[in-house]
Design a protein around this ligand. Sequence first.
Ligand SMILES: NC(=O)C1=CN([C@@H]2O[C@H](COP(=O)(O)OP(=O)(O)OC[C@H]3O[C@@H](n4cnc5c(N)ncnc54)[C@H](O)[C@@H]3O)[C@@H](O)[C@H]2O)C=CC1
Ligand SMILES: O=C1[C@@H](O)[C@H](O)[C@@H](O)[C@H](O)[C@H]1O
Length: 346
Amino acid sequence: MNLGFGVVGTGAIGQEHMKRITRKLTGADIVAVTDVNQELAGNIVKELNLNASVHKDDTELINDPNVKAVLVTSWGPAHEGTVLKAIEAGKFVFVEKPLATTSEGCERIVTAEQEQGKRLVQVGFMRRYDSGYLQMKEAIDNNFIGEPLMVRCSHRNPEVGERYTTDMAILDTLIHEIDTLHWLVGDDYKSIQVTYPKKSSRALEHLKDPQIVTFETKSGIIMHAEIFVNCQFGYDIQCEVIGEEGVVKLPEVPSVGYRKDGVRGYKILQDWQHRFNDAFNNEFQDFIDSINQKGEPQGPSSWDGYIASVTGDAGVRAQTSEQVEVIELPDRPDFYKKTKLEESSL
Ligand SMILES: NC(=O)C1=CN([C@@H]2O[C@H](COP(=O)(O)OP(=O)(O)OC[C@H]3O[C@@H](n4cnc5c(N)ncnc54)[C@H](O)[C@@H]3O)[C@@H](O)[C@H]2O)C=CC1
Ligand SMILES: O=C1[C@@H](O)[C@H](O)[C@@H](O)[C@H](O)[C@H]1O
């Protein structure tokens, strides 16, 4: 039987995910939706020609017996409440980042999930499903470059709007690297520092852009991450891991080569939707398949959401202090430990 999704938040990414679930993927249907903007929720049901109920709020949607999995794509501050209600009702949850907007909120979710006794929650850290990062991880895990020593990466957006603030560079943008980098090298973060290069004249008055973030891991790997959200030229994600015996680098996304007006070149993608489209499809198909076949999700867990939140908080402190800030992480509970096989089957 197909997995019945109830969607909370039918805005930009909610609609993208609804389209992929109904048009591209197998094993699931959208059976219910809700949004504080009820008209929007009703319109998308019509537009996608869904056989889905429109509920007045998340509580009513979670109580709908047809809803087996709740897709949380509302605004960040609303995530925690919905996730906790869904866990209490014993429903599976796919929640877009952030898991919750505070580490205390993430901790409440982790506790509630453990009390329920089985994994219910997957967080939308889709880069773990990107084929480029997966190839890098496989090479690192197979000791192809020896011990990783350093990482260099960049997260560039062409531009951001007025509502984007300096802390969002860490909590909204770098959050993806925060999740991906420690997973990639199989280590935990020890500290984080933020430095500010010369400010781009394209950045609005209130925003510090670009920023350079330096992580140190427990084993001593140093990672430099550039965040530059007004880079103008495109959506550009770079990553390179330097090991004792070699280097692995994130492949460029294939795009058509051209020769025109005396220039030989390649187009650069302009947004995250296109850059990570396949990764989004893969993460949802994995969520659906692992629940349908094994009875629980196996992707990034609420513990991963919690780690990202604690690290993000230290990053925001480091933005103000401009000092090295220590990242204090408790040991991963057994409940959230994965076997190598599970990691490699993603
Ligand atoms: N994985 C990724 O790369 C990305 C993840 N996101 C995340 O997805 C989430 C949604 O982002 P967008 O779709 O861009 O925002 P959006 O503003 O386009 O959509 C959010 C929708 O949630 C609704 N909403 C807010 N509070 C609600 C509540 N309590 N109950 C029901 N509906 C509620 C709003 O009315 C709106 O329609 C955010 O947490 C964001 O960080 C966004 C972009 C990329
Ligand atoms: O998740 C994302 C957005 O929310 C965020 O605002 C962008 O900066 C990131 O590049 C994108 O991947």
